[in-house]
Design a protein around this ligand. Structure first.
Ligand code: PLP
Length: 388
């Protein structure tokens, strides 16, 4: 799964035990500021090169995390934020200005719709075109002279549709448009969008990178060093910095990311196959199944899948809610990427309009396959499906 270079990066990248008393793990630098012997030293601090003066600008623990994430995504610099959404908002604010037009994947993570349609459109005169994104022409047809940004997620964590990343990146370059992707589903281990020409990668650290449902954080990564320096300064101005403890927990999460993902993948694959063959299930959405309509494209750009998938029950859509209520190993919850199994009926998460746009019924559920063991999860689904 993870390549050799990525494994070394997750274990040791960015770390320098000699700098902190040979401690095998880096300390949590809980200081809000750094102090100096003279004004000249203070005045010459280079925040872009591992020098520190104030915790809102940068922190030594967080800087180690940033080096690891940057290396994993083949970027030139990573900037870590207090949440995935803080990272997303920072990227949009950096790239766009009043009057900008944005092309956004319709099935993007919900709160991105709110930032765009409920905030930036009415207050800052942005305009947005939402596209399905299955065909390259969906993007091409939406381009206007004032288009500044294309916002992607692939696979999208609603319907698991896949975007042709190389194709969109090339199209956008031709028109001078910046491309952004939410790469949370794949983690840096399964997909490296910067290598396909995408400009900015975002991850929420809250999901698999943290991995234990005990932190909130986000990151932006790019090969564009100037853009990332601007984003680092912007983070200082706006104050969306992550806490040092959360940064440290994300470093710890990275150390086991590969082994956790192997298990999440193995379990989810078995669960997806089980569901696909169940007489009460209409269809399963998982890019690891050869029946996925974009299986070939997924194989070209992703080297794996994680534990998140959705499926649709046959018959009365209320059965989806009944099923969620009957499951015992899967708790009802809106997140994913931790050790625990979760379930969420689509009707509680997505609007009627979103479901209709994707031609989806109301009988859809999204599940996260946690680390409780494949047999336990399948047995739980089995007993619940028996009852509905
Ligand atoms: C959870 C999630 C986010 C938001 O991350 P936060 O850290 O909660 O802000 C963004 N994108 C996807 C795909 C997510 O699942």
């Amino acid at each position: 799964m993870a390549n050799n270079r990525d494994l070394l990066t997750m274990m040791h990248g960015g770390e320098a035990p000699d700098k902190y008393m040979k401690s095998v793990t880096p300390p949590v630098f809980l200081n809000s500021l750094h102090v100096f012997k003279n004004c000249d030293m203070y005045n010459n601090v280079d925040i872009f090169n591992d020098e520190f003066y104030y915790g809102r600008a940068s922190n030594p623990t967080v800087a180690i995390l940033e080096k690891k994430l940057c290396e994993l995504e083949h970027g030139s610099r990573a900037v870590v934020f207090s949440a995935g959404m803080a990272a997303c908002a920072a990227a949009i604010l950096r790239v766009c200005h009043a009057g900008s037009h944005v092309i956004c994947l319709k099935s993007i993570y919900g709160p991105v719709h709110h930032i765009l349609s409920d905030f930036l459109v009415p207050k800052y005169n942005l305009s947005v075109t939402y596209v399905e994104g299955i065909k390259l022409s969906d993007f091409e047809d939406a381009i206007r002279p004032e288009t500044d940004m294309i916002i992607l997620e692939s696979p999208a964590t609603l319907v698991f549709s896949v975007v042709d990343l190389k194709g969109v990146a090339a199209l956008a370059k031709k028109h001078g448009i910046k491309t952004y992707i939410d790469n949370t589903y794949s983690t840096p281990l399964f997909q490296k969008p910067l290598d396909f020409g995408i400009d900015i990668v975002m991850h929420t650290l809250t999901k698999y990178i943290g991995g234990h449902s005990d932190l909130i954080g986000g990151v932006l990564i790019s090969k564009d060093e100037e853009l990332m320096r601007d984003l680092m300064i912007q983070r200082d101005w706006f104050g969306g910095v992550i806490g040092p403890m959360e940064g440290w927990l994300a470093i710890r999460g990275l150390r086991t990311l590969d082994v956790r993902l192997r298990q999440h993948h193995e379990t989810a694959m078995a669960v997806a196959q089980y569901l696909e063959n169940h007489p009460k299930i209409k269809r399963v959405f998982y890019t690891g199944l050869p029946s996925h309509p974009q299986y070939e494209l997924a194989r070209k750009q992703q080297s794996g899948e994680c534990g998140l998938l959705s499926f649709e029950v046959k018959g009365d859509p209320h059965k989806a809610v009944e099923l969620a209520d009957t499951l015992k190993c899967f708790s009802i919850g809106s997140s994913w990427g931790g050790y625990e199994s979760l379930v969420m009926p689509a009707t509680y998460y997505w609007s009627e309009e979103e479901l209709a746009f994707h031609g989806l019924g109301r009988g859809i559920l999204r599940i996260h396959c946690g680390l409780e063991g494949t047999e336990n999860l399948i047995a739980d689904l089995d007993q619940a499906l028996e009852k509905i």
